[in-house]
Design a binder for this molecule. Structure first.
Ligand SMILES: C[S@@+](CC[C@H](N)C(=O)[O-])C[C@H]1O[C@@H](n2cnc3c(N)ncnc32)[C@H](O)[C@@H]1O
Length: 231
């Protein structure tokens, strides 16, 4: 994407009522569209969605396919897509805005900051969709299913809440199973190294993301793990 297009998307994002952002480890807060500071931690349902519903996150959401499609299919939940890249979030946020979806928001930030924006037990479910695998061992702590990230998720999830990981990367798939086996209180509800060969299709599990479409076209197998971290 050209720089001009990116700049245009950033300008449009600033006008979208469903996008919030913060990158500041030292001052992790978000502003509303008028620039007013929001005390968001523990208050997403009250301040953003204005309705008390279970909150579902899509981490590394990119263009937010799971966030927008699941929100449309499940109006009984509130969905928040999280990614660092604004030009990608723009796509999902624009679609959600045009469709008039009131149960969708996007948060542009580092997932490392998740505990700054959600209080203990505020989140009911997490989708992690095709995260970067960070294949070098020296970067394994940046994988979104490494121990430091799973600790952060445990801190914001309700007890027994479900997490889903979809990835095309066999290394990340094996790494995640190993990391889980090293933890207490985890449960693997389903795991497969050939998702489309194994999992009975539902509209929820068989939703294709942008990257997934490319991986499938390249003949790659998709892997999937459904698990809990805390009971
Ligand atoms: C390979 S893309 C997948 C996007 C989308 N889920 C899909 O399947 O099309 C990985 C995404 O993770 C985001 N990402 C990676 N590390 C992140 C982090 N620590 N915090 C927030 N976003 C991150 C990147 O910006 C990128 O959009």
């Amino acid at each position: 994407m050209s720089n001009k297009n990116k700049l245009q998307r950033f300008a449009e994002i600033a006008r979208l009522p469903n996008v919030f952002e913060n990158f500041d480890f030292h001052d992790p807060h978000i502003n509303d569209i008028q620039g007013n500071r929001m005390d968001i931690k523990g208050n997403w349902n009250k301040l953003v969605f204005q309705k008390e519903k279970p909150i579902v996150l899509e981490l590394a959401c990119g263009k937010g396919e799971y966030t927008t499609h699941l929100a449309q299919a499940n109006p009984e939940n509130n969905y928040i897509g999280i990614d660092i890249k604004g030009a990608r979030i723009w796509k999902g946020a624009t679609l959600a805005d045009q469709a008039g979806l009131t149960n969708v928001a996007f948060l542009r930030t580092r997932i490392e900051l998740i505990q700054s924006f959600f209080k203990k037990g505020e989140v009911s479910e997490i989708w992690i969709t095709f995260p970067d695998p960070f294949l070098r061992d020296s970067k394994s702590n940046r994988r979104l299913t490494s121990h430091p990230f799973l600790d952060r998720y445990t801190d914001v999830l309700k007890p027994g809440a479900i997490l889903h990981l979809k990835t095309d990367d066999p290394t990340l798939y094996a790494f995640t199973l190993k990391v889980l086996s090293e933890r207490k209180d985890y449960r693997i509800l389903e795991s497969t190294d050939d998702f489309y060969g194994a999992v009975v299709p539902t509209p929820e599990t068989h939703l294709l993301t942008f990257y997934e479409t490319q991986h499938l076209a390249a003949g790659k197998k998709i892997t999937y793990i459904r698990f809990t971290l805390n009971g």
